[in-house]
Ligand binder design. Sequence first.
Ligand SMILES: Nc1nc2c(ncn2[C@@H]2O[C@H](COP(=O)(O)OP(=O)(O)OP(=O)(O)O)[C@@H](O)[C@H]2O)c(=O)[nH]1
Ligand SMILES: [Mg+2]
Length: 443
Amino acid sequence: MASQTETVDAQTYQKPESRDASVVVDSVDVLQNGNATSVVRRKLTGFVGFSNLPIQWHRKSIKKGFNFNVMVVGESGLGKSTLVSTLFNMPLYPPRSEKRPSAEVPKTVAIQSISADLEEGGVKLRLTVVDTPGFGDFVNNDDAWRPIVENIEQRFDAFLEAENKVNRANIVDNRIHAIIYFIAPTGHSLKPLDIEVMKKLHNKANLIPVIAKSDILTDEEIVAFKARIRADLDYHKISLFETPRYEVDSDETMEEKASIISKIPFAIVGATSEVTTPDGRVVRGRKYPWGVVEVDNDGHCDFLKLRAMLVKNYMEELKEYTNEFLYENYRSAKLTAMGVSQDQSVFKEINPAAKQEEERAIHQAKLLKMEAEMRMVFQQKVAEKEQRLKQSEDELFARHREMKESLDKQRRELEAKKAQIESGKAYLSTEEKSRKKGFSLRS
Ligand SMILES: Nc1nc2c(ncn2[C@@H]2O[C@H](COP(=O)(O)OP(=O)(O)OP(=O)(O)O)[C@@H](O)[C@H]2O)c(=O)[nH]1
Ligand SMILES: [Mg+2]
């Protein structure tokens, strides 16, 4: 599946020194989560500066420094503590006790964590090695894995707690990023105890198996033993750290990585003291009557391959896998057990067409509601107006009736008056007539 960034980067990336514009303008559709997304390739009209991002990242990382936590696990006396000192080329342990001059490294009796601040080429690394007491000393080793698993989980818990605090700025990552698991150099196959312990550990931390004290096996025995261990691990479905491959890796890097992977489980030899080889070189190694086994020699053991895997090639991947997969699984299982559940709807994929349709429906419903409300207000206002009109009409009628009645009354009064006057007039004229008559008589 084509990714958005890949498509754009490939077309628009400019070397900082050229600083001129690339002429790439068109629009493409790429598939993202199954949905077509339009990506517009832009023409850069000048130097933007994002090609500097890796430099910024580099500077920030150097300033911050790195930390890496590795745990060594395995049966007692297999050379775990010796390897820890060998791996980082410095005595991480206190000087050996004067009472025990023969012991290079004291027997480990409790889980102990040793940190060292290392610096190489200006890059700081805080390395912590968690040394565990070897198991297998007891008749019953059934629970040999328990303190180790508990220790790993306590570290996850501490991280989870730190993440949940209000201030998460300076969380110290004490989680185990890798476990070097020591397998006894029996030359046969994995012991049931190894299988049991590895099964308990493989989903808690990146497992890197090693064949301890491989100097006691011949080259042929090592090849056959490695094949048997790999078959046993496959059979019991014990997963080891999977090394990622990147397209940007050069052929040389790919080759180096492939050669590292082909050596798993690493056949290692640990030694803290220096010895002189028959040809006069002073090396880290173990001296035998038949010769010297050199620690830092690919022809003698896989120590350099193990170190390259842990430090040079895959430290960041080991940390990333721990954080994004192993810790994440632990965290979600823990939170689920505590009754905290995830609202899956938050993460549902959004189809833009469906989303648009949904928004349109919501908008439509809103419009309909507004329309209904306006109609209701209008009807209410009309009803009120009608009511008022009817009231004033009634009032008008009442006034009209009143006026009519008063007019009728006035008319009646006038008519009465008129009748009265007219009857008064008739009396007067009779009287006049009779007076006129009398006069005439007299005359
Ligand atoms: N032949 C051989 N001996 C080794 C090697 N690494 C360590 N030893 C010796 O094995 C003995 C035990 O080594 P430690 O490093 O104490 O072993 P450990 O696994 O830490 O032992 P516990 O702390 O008891 O679990 C020491 O005498 C080491 O010198 C090795 O690669 N080859
Ligand atoms: Mg030890």
